[in-house]
Design a binder for this molecule. Structure first.
Ligand SMILES: [Zn+2]
Ligand SMILES: [Zn+2]
Length: 110
């Protein structure tokens, strides 16, 4: 069961890293770019858009999730905080699996 604070917020956006016009996913919340996997630091809890930071979230590592496919670990370029997103493996334009696999080879450094 997902907690209620995990709001679904499925919106298209233009990726600030690679410039790709990313459409809404349709199945899950679109919170990162499917090509380069970068995201923007806008949530305190997923979907709430309550974080004033707005920095670029750089994917640093990925790992298989016991129930949900993969999770991607981020570090914010601006404030240095870490963040985790669920990989979007279904829906419109799912994540680039090669990028995710490439990230799983990288250890999460603290
Ligand atoms: Zn991108
Ligand atoms: Zn930040």
């Amino acid at each position: 069961m997902e907690e209620k604070r995990f709001q679904k917020r499925d919106e298209g956006f233009v990726c600030r890293k690679c410039g790709r016009a990313v459409p809404p996913n349709g199945v899950t919340s679109r919170d990162h770019c499917p090509s380069c996997l970068h995201s923007i630091h806008v949530d305190l809890f997923p979907g709430d858009r309550k974080n004033p930071c707005g920095g670029l979230l750089v994917p640093v590592s990925a790992a298989p999730h016991p129930k949900k496919g993969f999770q991607i670990f981020y570090r914010c370029e601006k404030c240095g905080k870490t963040h985790v997103n669920k990989a979007a493996l279904t829906g419109t334009e799912p994540d680039d699996m090669n990028e995710i696999i490439r990230l799983t080879a990288k250890p999460m450094e603290e």
